[in-house]
Design a protein around this ligand. Structure first.
Ligand code: PGA
Length: 241
């Protein structure tokens, strides 16, 4: 794992956004795997800046987002669909038809998951997958569990995740209890992985991910088995290394 430690989250945003943009400059038809949460906001700001500066053209890019809440309207201010449009897609030029999300409101969730996996395969696979990490070691919504789930699936969110995410909702009772997420196998098939983490509340998960045994109890630890992972962390997230 290529571990890069930065002084602050601003620097990580510039570095991570530039790395993704450079992937697109090198291969305009790149397939990007994208993430939500607070951590990638500065990464997306840098991707937008490089587009506004005329340094990168995203018009041939295809995207797949990692996950989405179940039973939340896509236009709800807390949907990941809305988050991505507000924080990235509305400010750059990826054609709407190239933007893909798991549908958390699909009638047949099993079929929805199978179709999503097929779509990723048909697009040629993900060239670079951006990830955050949960304070409990989750990646996407793959929560600590007894086994690694291979493909996209519906999950019941852990209490710790509901609590972490309640900061975006009016009250904790409004946080959806279920989500649909790409699986560990889907993530591991990405050609490159860029994982970013900031703040001391991620330090334990970061330590488990890179310094301890691979276990589904810390889903991010599986990344030790991926051949091309770049981890960008600030001093807080690196504080237990
Ligand atoms: P955060 O979420 O960036 O909001 O901390 C990361 C994650 O849960 O994957």
């Amino acid at each position: 794992m290529n571990v890069l430690i930065y002084d602050n989250e601003e620097q990580i945003g510039v570095a991570a956004g530039s790395l993704i943009a450079s992937q697109v400059i090198a291969k305009p038809q790149s397939v990007l795997g994208l993430a939500t949460g607070s951590t990638p906001l500065k990464t997306y700001a840098q991707m937008i800046k490089l587009y506004s500066d005329g340094a990168v053209d995203y018009s041939k890019v295809t995207t797949f987002n990692l996950d989405e809440y179940c039973k939340l309207d896509v236009n709800d201010v807390n949907s990941y669909h809305r988050f991505m449009h507000d924080n990235l897609f509305n400010s750059i030029n990826i054609p709407e038809e190239n933007i893909n999300f798991l549908d958390g409101n699909a009638e047949d969730m099993e079929q929805e998951c199978i179709s999503y996996e097929e779509k990723i395969k048909n697009a040629g696979g993900i060239d670079i997958q951006l990830l955050g990490i949960g304070s409990n070691g989750h990646i996407a919504f793959n929560e600590p569990a007894d086994c690694f789930e291979r493909i996209s699936h519906v999950v019941a969110l852990k209490e710790s995740t509901i609590k972490d995410n309640s900061r975006f909702f009016k009250s904790i009772d409004e946080v959806p209890t279920h989500a649909v997420t790409m699986g560990i196998g889907s993530i591991m098939q990405a050609k490159r992985i860029l994982i970013i983490a900031t703040g001391e509340n991620k330090a334990k998960a970061v330590k488990q991910m890179i310094n301890e045994n691979v276990t589904p109890q810390c889903p991010a630890s599986v990344l030790q088995f991926h051949a091309d992972v770049t981890l960008m962390i600030d001093k807080g997230a690196a504080s237990l290394l």
